[in-house]
Ligand binder design. Structure first.
Ligand code: BES
Ligand code: MN
Ligand code: ZN
Length: 498
């Protein structure tokens, strides 16, 4: 969808939308239109009991006295002073979906009637544009018939505001962030026969066009390095495992210690020899959601030229059962030197991350490290599809992540860790085992990762409940959600840029 900004005047023709706050006052341009149409607007509001409730929608067709095709009154459900940027994003998302459902192809939205929030009108306009854009995403690469039906019918949204040039300028980085979210959604949506580790790595190479340095390690190199944990997971697959590093140096000091992001990239998780049940297994194509988020984030940061040094590292493997697959009971030696007894081959994400985390610390000496992974089904039991699980060894980092999540609407909930959980993964014959028993499954997984963290602030985000959305949300259509990109972009913008 094309988002443009224009001057706050009543358009001559076409479809125009007025956002109306709680209390539904007719002022400014809307009041002029009301006069022109001899009270059509006020009569319609009265007849339709329009109070400006959230999502309330009245469409006036071809009001007389004008050449407009449609005038839409759209309730935002809040007083202007209570509208945050998140609220404007959600309004933009909901409105664009409503317009699309109504068959509207192009519309102009006037922000003026809800002026008076803590944001400037331009900030509100830009946030509205971001929400609309994010909601308009579709993945229809494999539809060979009736393509049009899968595109949102709304193809152009013009946002009318006092200073369109200023709004355009604010929207630019938001658009770049949305592009990053779309990179992630595209990756997450791809089927696993198309997106295997090598193909994922190839797509990462495109980041070089934005100035990101991309390096790809294959199995031979990883074997020489000693990444026995990661390689064990991929050894049953016909596809070669890969480790991709992406480096963005945007800080004034190119040697400043980077912020590191590490992603689980299991392009398909059958469970391996500890095979998963058939029902729902197709969902395991998005078991690379952590890696997808890291790549989308690198896209966003590089595109908007973030003034910071960042590295992204993703471990890419396919977890398959075969005669070469690893067995339950196998012992592998990780890059850190620590040995792991693989009790359950379906607890594979932590094995991939163990080596990716160690490699990242060794190679880049980051100032802090954050990993994202669709790691446990247990986090869905705990937090459903509303919060990602946050595990951290550092309160300051955890609080910053919680704040960033709140402001962009990608919510996190901090989960407990501690020695009592750590001892649940002690093994009889190796340094540790890869599962901790029936209880506290998300925490024991996090404790496992912590054994591969040296003395550095670290956070682990378990996004198993967030990478895929089973329903439409205001700014996330059903499907690959792109969770994590906006959260971590905001974390960087608020705390780690020059
Ligand atoms: N990829 C899964 C976790 C998952 C489950 C992600 C549902 C998204 C939706 C992970 O590799 C896994 O299989 N975890 C096991 C761990 C268990 C064997 C200790 C799980 O959660 O059952
Ligand atoms: Mn698994
Ligand atoms: Zn998995």
């Amino acid at each position: 969808m094309q988002i443009t900004f224009a001057k706050a005047v009543l358009p001559q023709d076409g479809c125009v939308v007025f956002l109306i706050a709680e209390g539904a006052k007719i002022t400014g341009i809307l009041s002029a239109l009301n006069k022109k149409s001899k009270g059509h607007v006020s009569r319609a509001m009265k007849a339709g009991q329009f109070k400006g409730d959230s999502g309330q929608y009245i469409g006036l067709v071809a009001p007389s006295g004008t050449r407009l095709s449609k005038v839409i009154l759209y309730g935002v459900g809040k007083k202007p002073e209570n509208l945050s940027s998140k609220a404007f994003e959600e309004i933009g998302g909901r409105l664009s979906a409503r317009l699309a459902a109504d068959g509207v192809k192009a519309a102009t939205v006037l922000v003026e009637p809800v002026k008076g929030s803590a944001l400037t009108e331009q900030e509100a306009a830009a946030a509205l544009g971001l929400g609309a854009l994010l909601r308009s995403y579709r993945f229809h690469l494999y539809k060979t018939k009736g393509k049009g039906a899968f595109k949102p019918s709304l193809s152009k949204l013009t946002i009318a505001t006092g200073d369109p040039a200023a709004a355009r300028k604010l929207f630019r980085p938001l658009h770049q962030i949305a592009d990053g979210v779309f990179v992630t959604r595209n990756l997450v949506s791809e089927p696993a026969n198309i997106l295997f580790p090598g193909e994922f790595a190839n797509r990462a190479k495109h980041l070089t066009e934005l100035g990101v340095k991309v390096e790809i390690l294959g199995e031979k190199q990883m074997k020489e390095l000693g990444m026995g944990a990661l390689l064990g997971v991929g050894q049953g697959s016909a596809h070669e495992s890969k480790l991709v590093t992406m480096v963005w140096n945007g800080a004034k000091d190119p040697k400043a210690r980077p912020v590191a992001f590490v992603g689980k990239g299991v392009t398909f998780d059958t469970g391996g020899i500890s095979i998963k049940p058939a029902a729902g297994m197709e969902q395991m194509k998005w078991d690379m959601g952590g890696a997808g988020a890291v790549m989308g984030l690198m896209h966003a940061l590089a595109a908007r030229k973030a003034k910071t040094n960042v590295v992204g590292v993703i471990g890419l493997v396919e977890n398959m059962p075969s005669s070469t697959a690893q067995r339950p009971g196998d012992v592998v030696t990780s890059l850190s030197g620590q040995t792991i007894e693989v009790i359950n081959t379906d607890a594979e994400g932590r094995l991939v991350l163990a080596d990716a985390l160690w490699y990242t610390q060794d190679t880049f000496k980051p100032q802090l490290i954050i990993d994202l992974a669709t790691l446990t089904g247990a986090i869905l039991v705990s937090l459903g599809q509303e919060y990602a699980g946050l595990f951290s060894n550092n309160d300051e980092l955890a609080d910053r992540l919680l704040a960033a999540g709140d402001s962009v609407g990608e919510k996190l909930w901090r989960m407990p860790m501690g020695p009592v959980f750590d001892k649940m993964i002690n093994s009889q014959i190796a340094d540790m085992k890869n599962v901790g028993g029936r209880y506290a499954g998300s925490t024991t997984a996090a404790q496992f990762l912590k054994r591969f963290i040296r003395n550095v602030p670290w956070a682990h985000l378990d996004i198993a409940g967030m990478a895929w959305s089973e329903k439409d949300r205001p700014t996330v259509p059903k499907g690959g959600a792109g969770y994590g990109v906006r959260l971590l972009d905001r974390l960087i913008a608020d705390y780690y840029e020059d």
